[in-house]
Design a protein. Structure first.
Ligand SMILES: [Ca+2]
Ligand SMILES: [Ca+2]
Ligand SMILES: [Cu+2]
Length: 353
């Protein structure tokens, strides 16, 4: 349980940063699908990264949430990808080398949040703070707290640390933080199509990154949530919060944690649906880059003009009883300024064309 650092916090629980500040106040294609055409270019060896030859695959799903539909064919070129999310240890190397200060560590400016109540404008981040009883599942503010002092070094606020979790994914990183790390590493953030192609691990249209069963033969394949969300975490997978990035088996491409543990930032702007499937093989989009920034705003919050990126993969908070987003097709919009205790990222490297 997270101790509130400030009496006002109870009222400031919210799902994203801006709200937190304002709160108080085709079958023919099947054979070619997922075939990896491109051999890894010899130009560079990206130590520790996994080469994925490009291919055509079925992106999205018609069987789940509306934003994942329609399922449609997409082609991606070959690229390298990190086999795990970026860890606390890796992120610390970046910060030591550059002196970079993450968004969650900076005091938010009134200029950027004109509707904010001044006392809320303190450095912090969103921390999962579970109630001990059933709550209205429509109200996310029941389990999210904007916690002053929470950041990547102190994932659960004052008094917490990452001393024992160097191999856990870094969290409390906003989009710009992930981008800054990627630039430093000479890498980039994946597009949604690249990310989903990688997550599917070579399986055609499967529900999960490992097949069609969530817990095949009783074996947990990812760090998700078992029990009644958000008050009963049965930890049958062994972890209440984040887990070491290789704690669960890799998918068919050798990639760990694509599903669960932490959501991962992608470079694409969010719109709540996919484009229609191409009528002919000729017209399948290649390396799609998502929507435009000005299409990504939250329509329910017209006063908040913070554009939103696509998050992928679900997290340790995804539960059959609440949010079945522990699947490659699943997606979630996240305002670029927002950081949280269940969101991280991994990088890709694209060969120069
Ligand atoms: Ca778990
Ligand atoms: Ca993940
Ligand atoms: Cu979820």
């Amino acid at each position: 349980m997270i101790a509130a650092a400030d009496g006002r916090l109870a009222a400031s629980r919210a799902t994203d940063r801006t709200i937190a500040f304002m709160k108080l106040g085709l079958s023919m294609l099947r054979e070619t699908t997922l075939t990896q055409h491109d051999p890894a270019p010899a130009e560079a060896s990206h130590t520790g990264m996994v080469w994925l030859g490009g291919g055509t695959f079925r992106m999205g799903s018609d069987r789940h949430y509306p934003e994942e539909a329609p399922s449609h064919h997409v082609a991606v070129g070959g690229f390298w990808i990190d086999p795990t999310p970026v860890t606390n240890r890796q992120f610390r190397e970046f910060v030591r080398a550059t002196g970079y200060v993450t968004i969650a560590e900076r005091t938010p400016e009134l200029k950027a949040y004109p509707n904010a109540l001044p006392h809320m404008l303190r450095a912090g981040s969103l921390v999962f703070n579970p109630p001990d009883h059933p709550v209205d599942l429509r109200d996310w503010s029941q389990w999210w707290t904007y916690l002053f002092g929470a950041n990547w070094r102190r994932p659960y606020g004052q008094g917490s640390s990452i001393r024992e979790s160097g191999d856990h994914p870094v969290v409390h990183v906003a989009y710009a933080d992930a981008e800054a790390y990627a630039a430093w590493a000479g890498k980039a953030l994946p597009t949604e199509a690249e990310w989903e192609y990688a997550a599917r691990g070579g399986l055609e249209d499967a529900e999960f990154a490992w097949g069609d069963e969530l817990v095949p033969g009783g074996q947990h394949m990812a760090n998700t949530w078992q029990g009644a969300f958000p008050f009963q975490n049965k930890r049958e997978d062994g972890f209440e919060r984040t887990s070491p990035v290789t704690a669960f088996p890799p998918n068919g491409y050798g990639l760990h944690d694509m599903i669960g543990n932490v959501w991962e930032w992608t470079a694409d702007w969010y719109v709540p649906q996919h484009q229609a499937d191409a009528a002919k093989a000729c017209c399948i989009p290649r390396n799609p880059r998502g929507a435009r920034a000005d299409q990504s705003y939250d329509p329910r919050q017209p006063e908040n003009r913070i554009p939103r990126k696509v998050l992928k993969g679900g997290s340790h908070l995804c539960a059959p009883s609440y949010c079945k987003r522990y699947r490659p097709a699943a997606r979630h919009p996240e305002p670029v300024d927002t950081s949280a205790s269940h969101v991280g990222f991994r990088c890709v490297f694209r060969p120069s064309a």
